[in-house]
Design a protein around this ligand. Structure first.
Ligand SMILES: Cc1cc2nc3c(=O)[nH]c(=O)nc-3n(C[C@H](O)[C@H](O)[C@H](O)COP(=O)(O)OP(=O)(O)OC[C@H]3O[C@@H](n4cnc5c(N)ncnc54)[C@H](O)[C@@H]3O)c2cc1C
Ligand code: FES
Length: 1044
């Protein structure tokens, strides 16, 4: 695989799943073309006659940034910058192929890129300036908040954009590097690949597949036997696929890999495709039917055979075909995939052939032969639908422990897909007036046939500009791009993995427990010692002094005698290289004696496994409250129908969010007024306490899983939820429902453990005028250093921003800011006499004068958040320094048949005090919240091993996950007296506000269930966060879910 030494090629998951974090652009052959790709997926041999361009090759901070690099940096599209080079190269490649792309093309170009910080919207908004249909909502001006519609407000100026596009360098395609002529080859095929690169890809099919939610639309470059041409001819080609992993993967490889979740194989199988297979001196044709994949990852091909071509038959009159794919995320691999085909006897709706082929339902691609064969000669009507569904439910069963899990969901999907196919065919037949012989399409069912696609994003962030008259020099409150953004966009930023190796540098690799709870009986390193370059193995016995660590002194540097979670660190091997360390670590043999393990919260409650002390907050007199109540209802969240008694608001709001089980009993009056509420709250606190007690204030359960700090916020938000139902939409659409939810948040800022709320800063001013500020905060992409520069350059601190260099430690941003500001002021006081003496002098003059006068220009600052300390015993004192306020409203739509959802509109207002640097964080936090509440699910084995460990199994939101309308208003006119420059922290509050999406989904599910209500279904139901497709589909109980 391609390993590039440039800093822009960041090291990531090595599977191509984490997005184009290892990017490169490429030129091509006679008809020169460009594409981006993941270095980890690109074999070196694929680079024959190819020119590789890395992110460093298109621009630099030292010479000139490329417009793509400039725009992502200035539009706040880079925070930690880890993803930035990949995103830059995807955009660069698109522009090389299409200098004036549409917004849709821009969005498509990023399928395969992931970003954890920015929330994607700033990136899309910055790159929208390249789009021919730009404007914040695609140029239509239909969006009320569209930048085209902004009117000046005389009191405050609301700006729709954090940057001024007029300042951007224009894109000039004529200035791009030309493809090196010496690499051009004459004999390139239409695909642009020369013969030397073909290898076993001799068949030269290429596939560009465009996946959209549940439907996989295919555009193939295939070779068809065509009586018209008398030979082979390419029939269609869609050149817009830029998904990095698609570029290097061939259709032949996809077929021969025989993946049970291949997108294409069910499609080929259902279509009756014929494969031409060659070997030395032999050539044969086989039909891809149910016999083609005899076993897991096996095909009928002999080892020496090569797949030469695929022949897909033309569709005939009376023949209909659909393909379906269900993914966790739009650009993801399938959970279930399907190809479906029906052929009717001429002029009738009587089935002649029916093929229903599935991936994800067995260890290979399968065809539901039993079910389909008995439909021959049947009419396409309700009777057939019912019979096929009953047949599929029986034929496509999965064992409860089937690999991939989600058994009920996957089985339901097979029926849902067929139902969609049935309706689609019915709709088409209806248009051809066959309604007499087949069923008639109920118009309320028609929406089930539509693609569940997200509209292109039309997003806007409104923030309040600085007051008129604020000095140009004063950066506070201005939307200053991240200080390191340009370096990140040009690949110059140095990350740990980029630091060159030192001579004699050694590598260390941890050896961790494979058991959740066990005694360590022995550690055998003899095999590890045989690995070349082995230096030593270190464990608890090698720790000088105390082996105890952790904020609560309940952890060990290395486990001694006993392990308490899978992944518990037992020791480490030290070797000469990274690769040797990996091998040596694997060779260390540990024998265990298993002890009982507690994996789930339910286990912990049963075993009374809690950290002490148990924390309690009591307000009022609970005993009196219950004795006065007209009714008392008890139970867990799952058992009780609280909402039916006390009204929908509270009932719907009590969904369980991430391991929390909040309800015990409620007392209420006949009017519905709640007079007493007892809530028990449990959280997964992992195998060590860490900060769990301080952040969760509940029963932190001791579990045999790696420490996971819990968050209290989501559940309290849940209790505040207010939901409305989209009555009209729901009535008219049987299988699509909409939901709405509004959530306010009042989020406490500061650590409730007082000693954590402190910070120091150190300033040195050097004789050339440069300033080194070292502060206690952690710059992790959120822009803390940028904030420091803003503050240091304000009139209060007035240190020249141009001279400032910042380094950091690990305390909170507020402590870092205040302590830095204090240090700045000390320096300024010392410089004051020199400024007075020479008022027209420069910064450098005053600094030099102070030096010559032997005045120290080093100073420290220190800050401690005052008046903190809450007591659970007395229920008194301050847990927080101040509160951050915001409110969000979400409108979602769900596809009841597949469990897909899309966030149609997300409106959010957040009070950010009086500075706007926070713009960098708020949207990223929201998108993380979107992941937390709808996508990011941890799966543990019953033995406590985490299955979801990387981007291929743990899904974070991608570009396509963000709301279609995403309106963010940052209100600055609400100063906060308790923080520096009247600012407010806004990291976590927006993360919690994304819970409005969860509750909007729940609202939509209510509507779905209301439409399918029968005597067996309860009106109220439990939906645990995250609201994944599986949970949404399973909660939308209907005739299909009842069959499986
Ligand atoms: C990040 C990522 C995302 C993915 N997402 C999807 C997805 O959404 N849907 C999906 O279906 N798949 C997905 N895949 C799987 C992917 O489609 C296959 O891995 C790919 O198609 C294999 O093609 P290749 O050209 O890389 O084959 P190779 O890896 O080069 O070959 C695979 C095997 O097939 C053999 N082979 C290749 N061509 C021929 C031939 N013509 N004749 C005989 N043998 C041959 C090779 O010898 C080898 O044994 C994904 C893979 C990755 C890494
Ligand atoms: S991952 Fe995109 S900026 Fe951090």
């Amino acid at each position: 695989m391609l390993q590039l030494s440039g800093l822009g090629c960041t090291d990531a998951c090595h599977t191509g799943s984490a997005g184009a974090v290892s990017p490169w652009g490429e030129g091509g052959f006679l008809c020169c073309y460009h594409f981006s790709a993941n270095a980890c997926l690109a074999p070196i041999c694929s680079l024959h006659h190819v020119a590789v361009t890395t992110v460093e090759g298109i621009g630099s901070t030292k010479s000139r940034l490329h417009p793509v690099q400039e725009r992502i940096a200035k539009s706040h599209g880079s925070q930690c910058g880890f993803c930035t080079p990949g995103i830059v190269m995807s955009m660069y490649t698109l522009l090389r192929n299409q200098p004036e792309p549409t917004m849709e093309e821009i969005e498509d170009a990023f399928q395969g890129n992931l970003c954890r910080c920015t929330g994607y919207r700033p990136i899309l908004q910055g790159f929208r300036t390249f789009a021919r249909d730009g404007g914040c909502c695609g140029g239509s001006g239909e969006n009320l908040n569209c930048c085209l519609n902004q009117k000046e407000d005389h009191t405050v100026t609301l700006s729709p954009s954090l940057f001024n596009p007029e300042e951007f360098m224009p894109l000039d395609p004529t200035q791009e590097p030309i493809f090196p002529p010496e690499l051009l080859v004459g004999d390139a095929d239409a695909l642009g690949r020369g013969p030397a690169t073909s290898g076993c890809h001799e068949a030269r099919e290429t596939l560009v597949k465009h996946t959209s939610g549940d439907l996989c639309a295919l555009a193939l470059w295939v070779f068809l036997s065509s009586s018209d041409t008398g030979g082979q001819a390419p029939v269609s080609h869609t050149p817009k696929g830029t998904h990095t992993s698609r570029i290097h993967m061939s259709v032949g490889g996809n077929i021969i890999t025989a993946s049970p979740i291949s997108d294409l194989n069910p499609v080929f199988m259902a279509s009756g495709a014929k494969l031409t297979i060659v070997s030395t001196g032999t050539r044969r044709t086989v039909r891809m039917d149910h016999t083609f994949f005899p076993a897991y990852r096996k095909t009928l091909l002999a080892p020496e055979e090569i797949l030469l071509s695929i022949e897909i038959p033309y569709s005939r009159e009376g023949e209909y075909f659909s393909a379906f794919k269900q993914t966790s995320r739009r650009d993801d691999i399938a959970k279930v995939t399907s190809g479906m085909r029906v052929l009717f006897n001429p002029g009738t709706v009587q089935v002649k052939e029916l093929a229903l082929c599935y991936g994800g339902m067995a260890d290979r691609t399968i065809s539901a032969l039993k079910t389909t064969q008995r439909q021959i000669s049947h009419f396409w009507n309700e009777g057939l639908l019912q019979d096929v569904c009953a047949g599929l439910a029986e034929e496509l069963s999965l064992a409860p422990d089937a690999p991939g899990g989600m058994v009920e969901f996957r089985r339901t999907l097979t029926l849902s897909f067929f139902f969609k196919f049935y309706l689609t065919v019915l709709q088409k037949l209806g248009k051809e007036n066959s309604e007499d012989q087949c069923g008639k399409l109920d118009p309320t069912h028609a929406s089930a046939t539509l693609l569940f696609q997200k509209d292109p994003p039309a997003n806007v962030q409104l923030f309040q500009e600085v007051p008129k008259g604020q000095s140009e020099e004063d950066m506070v409150g201005r939307s200053l791009p991240h200080l390191a953004a340009a370096m990140q966009a040009s690949g110059e930023a140095v990350y740990c993995d980029d630091i060159p190796r030192y001579e004699n540098e050694l590598s260390l690799r941890l050896v961790t427990s494979t058991q959740a709870h066990a005694k360590i009986k022995s550690i055998d390193t003899s095999e590890a010692q045989k690995v070349p370059g082995f230096v030593c193995f270190i464990s608890a016995d090698d720790v000088p002094g105390s082996n105890i660590t952790g904020i609560c002194n309940d952890e060990m540097v290395f486990a001694k005698d006993e392990v308490t979670c899978v992944g518990h660190i037992i020791g480490a091997v030290v070797t000469d290289t990274r690769e040797h360390a990996q091998r040596a670590a694997q060779a260390v043999k540990i024998t265990y004696e298993d002890l009982p393990a507690i994996i789930t919260i339910e286990d912990a409650i049963k075993s009374n496994s809690f950290y002490e002390p148990e924390l309690k907050i009591e307000k009022g007199n609970l005993t009196n409250g219950f004795s006065e109540a007209d009714n008392i209802v008890s139970g867990t969240g799952a058992q009780c129908n609280l909402g039916e008694w006390v009204g929908p608001g509270l009932g719907r709001g009590r969904g369980l969010l991430r391991n929390h089980s909040p309800f015990r009993q409620v007392g209420f009056m006949k009017t519905g007024r709640v007079v007493a509420l007892q809530v028990e709250h449990y959280s997964n606190a992992g195998n060590s306490m860490d900060l769990s007690q301080h952040v969760s204030r509940m029963h932190p359960c001791i579990l045999g899983v790696v420490n996971g700090k819990s968050k209290a916020g989501p559940t309290s938000i849940g209790l505040l939820t207010s939901c409305l139902i989209f009555v009209f939409f729901s009535r008219e659409n049987c299988w699509k429902k909409r939901g709405l939810s509004i959530i306010p948040t009042k989020f406490g800022i500061s650590f409730s453990n007082p000693f954590l709320n402190q910070g120091g800063a150190l300033i040195h001013v050097y004789t050339d005028g440069s300033v080194l500020l070292t502060h206690g905060g952690t710059e992790m992409g959120q822009g803390l250093h940028t904030k420091m520069v803003q503050q240091a350059s304000s009139p209060v601190a007035s240190v020249s921003a141009a001279h400032l260099h910042v380094t950091s430690g690990k305390s909170s941003p507020l402590s870092a800011s205040v302590s830095s500001s204090e240090a700045c002021q000390t320096i300024l006081k010392r410089l004051e006499p020199f400024k007075k003496k020479n008022p027209s002098g420069s910064w450098e003059d005053w600094v030099m004068a102070a030096y010559l006068d032997a005045v120290s220009l080093s100073a420290t600052g220190f800050y401690k958040t005052p008046n903190l300390g809450y007591s659970f015993e007395t229920n008194s004192g301050n847990a927080f320094h101040y509160f951050s306020y915001g409110v969000a409203c979400s409108e979602v739509e769900i596809d009841c048949l597949t469990g897909d959802h899309k966030v149609r509109i997300w409106d959010w207002v957040q009070a950010v005090g009086s500075e706007s640097l926070t713009a960098l964080q708020v949207e990223g936090a929201f998108v993380q919240g979107l992941g937390l509440f709808t996508l990011e699910e941890l799966h543990y084995s019953p033995e406590g091993s985490l299955h979801t460990r990387g981007p291929s199994t743990y899904k974070i939101p991608a570009f396509g996950s963000i709301p279609s309308v995403f309106r963010v208003s940052l209100l600055r006119d609400c100063p906060n007296k308790k923080a520096i420059y009247a600012s407010k922290a806004v990291g976590e509050p927006p993360l919690f506000l994304a819970a409005s999406i969860f509750f909007a989904i729940k609202d939509a599910i209510h509507a779905a269930r209301a439409g399918n209500m029968d005597h067996k279904m309860k009106k109220l139901f439990q939906l645990d966060s995250p609201a994944t497709q599986e949970k949404i589909r399973n909660a939308c109980v209907d005739k299909f879910t009842r069959l499986v």
